[in-house]
Design a protein around this ligand. Structure first.
Ligand SMILES: [Zn+2]
Length: 72
């Protein structure tokens, strides 16, 4: 569900923020820095733990938004 979500990855070499999508990272673990043109590998385990947390948080958010609705 987050495949089209753009995330910023920080280049470990020049600290440049590279925008990539979660869908891309699911199929490839390499990102090319737009600042210094170096390839680096994403720590997917860390990344997907973070995404999972975000998904859980947004599920929680949706639930709490759902609770706001009242029948009239
Ligand atoms: Zn870089």
């Amino acid at each position: 569900m987050f495949d089209n979500q753009t995330i910023g990855v920080t280049c470990p070499k020049c600290r440049n923020q590279i925008e990539t999508t979660i869908g891309w990272l699911k199929t490839s673990d390499k990102v090319t820095c737009t600042g210094c043109s170096s390839d680096f590998v994403i720590d997917k385990e860390k990344l997907f733990t973070g995404i999972k947390k975000a998904e859980e948080a947004s599920a929680k958010l949706r639930r709490s938004i759902g609770d706001i609705g009242e029948d009239r």
